[in-house]
Design a protein around this ligand. Structure first.
Ligand SMILES: Nc1ncnc2c1ncn2[C@@H]1O[C@H](COP(=O)(O)OP(=O)(O)OP(=O)(O)O)[C@@H](O)[C@H]1O
Ligand SMILES: [Mg+2]
Length: 378
């Protein structure tokens, strides 16, 4: 029997729930060619959402071509350009013949030594030249617009793990090049998203950054408890087991409705359930999950300074007025001038989220682990 809950992968079809509003909004951005940056903390479902929205209109709307690129492995502009050219060509082409024809038409001038390889049954372009030696690398950025013009179609370029460009050498210069080219493209939209919220906000929300006001900023929310209830009940039912809506709601609440963790906890609970899932089963599944994360969290805490660890504990225990003498002393945070430094260091690591005066721990299980385990030993 297939396990009905999935985590750590892009989810689709029966594994995907809710997000109707966000999907509609993205589809409308595709149609109106509105550049969009999608921002959320880790593992709330950005990649799955884009995949869903693309799938929704990809087959219906022949007039839009999609290019999907994940730049996670790119470490510098050269690698970016190379992947960009390769993916653009591959995604434009439905067969090996059209890939070859498109490559000849669009990139043979840029990359004369390209060839086709078929390592895994799927045709792939092998670029025979080192892009570094080519002075026309930036022309690659114009490929989507060039294709849009030639084929009389709209092109939507979706780039996942976009924050990676923030790690490139000379990143600001590179960002300026991207923005200068992209803003000229009348028939192309850029949908940019990534797993590091802090870096994404730096790229898009900072008024001195080249990407400031590049397009819409879409902040996605967690999935509501009511939606999780329906989803979990249905997935149990589909596989011959049962869970009450109330228990399903309790399950999602334990991990604060965090999409990745709800699916993980639901899977752990489902595996422990013979026929009917109870709150006791959910509790024991949660303990197993915390146990499996223990080492990861211990290592994480080890990588922080003592004051950073104390600050995390203070947040977990509900402290709010961090500059008060009492809080500073109780949690051994040093002077009040330290708070800003601690906050920035933890923000940079994407461990906390700050909205106005409110500071929250991003990872609900880290929070629970700190309260239940770390505070006892720390
Ligand atoms: N709409 C959804 N319905 C059900 N589960 C979801 C949904 N979106 C996300 N999830 C759960 O969250 C997990 C992470 O989703 P996804 O990889 O799309 O998030 P992400 O925001 O792109 O993550 P990252 O920040 O690591 O890039 C999925 O594997 C799945 O378990
Ligand atoms: Mg992702």
């Amino acid at each position: 029997m297939n396990i009905p809950f999935t985590y750590g992968k892009i989810v689709d079809e029966l594994d995907f729930t809710d997000r109707l509003k966000e999907t509609a909004q993205l589809v409308s951005s595709f149609q109106s060619l509105t550049n969009t940056a999608i921002i959320s903390p880790r593992r709330w479902g950005k990649s799955s959402l884009v995949a869903k929205a693309v799938k929704k209109i990809e087959h219906k709307q022949d007039a839009i071509l999609f290019v999907r690129i994940n730049i996670f492995k790119c470490e510098n502009p050269q690698e970016f350009y190379e992947l960009y050219a390769k993916k653009t060509m591959e995604e434009m082409s439905s067969s090996a013949e059209s890939l070859l024809a498109n490559a000849k038409e669009f990139i043979s001038r840029l990359l004369p030594k390209l060839s086709l390889s078929d390592p895994s049954g799927q045709y792939e372009i092998a670029l025979g030249v080192n892009i570094k030696d080519n002075p026309i690398e930036e022309d690659i950025l114009n490929l989507p617009q060039q294709i849009a013009t030639k084929k009389k179609k709209k092109v939507v370029v979706c780039i996942d793990e976009f924050q990676q460009i923030g790690e490139f050498p000379d990143t600001i210069k590179f960002q300026k090049i991207l923005r200068n080219h992209w803003q000229e493209h009348k028939d192309v939209a850029y949908i940019l998203y990534g797993s590091k919220k802090h870096m994404m906000l730096n790229i898009f929300g900072n008024n001195s950054s080249p990407f400031y006001r590049f397009g819409d900023m879409m902040f996605i929310e967690k999935i509501a408890n009511e939606e999780w209830k329906k989803f979990i009940v249905t997935r149990f039912k589909d596989t011959g087991k049962t869970i009450k809506a109330e228990t399903a709601g309790y399950l999602a609440e334990q991990v604060e409705n965090h999409p990745y963790y709800v699916q993980q906890l639901a899977q752990y609970a489902w595996l422990r359930t013979k026929k009917t899932c109870t709150e006791e089963i959910v509790d024991s599944a949660l303990q197993a999950m915390l146990y499996s994360l223990n080492l990861q969290f211990v290592n994480l805490m080890d990588s922080l300074t003592e004051k950073q660890r104390n600050f995390l504990c203070a947040i977990c225990e509900g402290a709010t007025n961090f500059s008060s003498a009492e809080t500073l002393r109780h949690y051994r945070l040093g002077t009040s001038g330290n708070i800003r430094i601690l906050k920035n260091a933890l923000l940079k690591r994407d461990l906390i989220d700050v909205t106005g005066k409110k500071i929250q721990i991003q990872d609900p299980l880290l929070k629970r682990w700190i309260i239940e385990e770390y505070s006892k030993i720390g």
